[in-house]
Design a protein around this ligand. Structure first.
Ligand SMILES: [Zn+2]
Length: 134
């Protein structure tokens, strides 16, 4: 009986600690992002976490560019900030602010939050052979 209580208490304590760690991690990422958002983003993008995200996101987007809707090879896909880093540094590492796009579509979009679909017809195929710094 006492052992059960102890196990229950430990379980609750453990999940409190996990919640706290998650909150802390989010906070730390926000602070880092505010200090140097582009650098933090690049570090994340090149980490195994970032690469895993890219793989998951690629299949989530059904291998399509989020801007023009055409097929994009994962190797050539750029990670685009829906709300640009320049204007929203705190969202540099926010996963729901990221999407995969063609390099050309990303350049066309620039730092604006809107995108004109008619300008993207030239990029049905991947044009660049490597990941740039987006
Ligand atoms: Zn595109």
């Amino acid at each position: 009986m006492e052992q059960e209580n102890l196990a229950e208490k430990l379980f609750k304590l453990n999940s409190s600690i996990n919640d706290w760690l998650t909150d802390t991690k989010v906070l730390v990422n926000e602070i880092k992002a505010r200090q140097d958002p582009r650098r933090q983003f690049n570090l994340w993008r090149n980490s195994s976490e970032g690469k895993d995200w890219k793989r998951r996101q690629h299949s989530k987007q059904e291998r399509k560019c989020a801007l023009c809707g055409d097929y994009v090879h994962i190797r050539y896909a750029h990670i685009d900030h829906i709300k640009p880093i320049a204007k929203y540094p705190a969202l540099a590492l926010a996963l729901d602010n990221l999407q995969l796009v063609h390099p050309r579509c990303n350049l066309t979009k620039g730092t604006t939050t809107t995108f004109a679909i008619e300008t993207s017809t030239h990029c049905a195929r991947p044009l660049e052979k490597r990941d740039s710094n987006d």
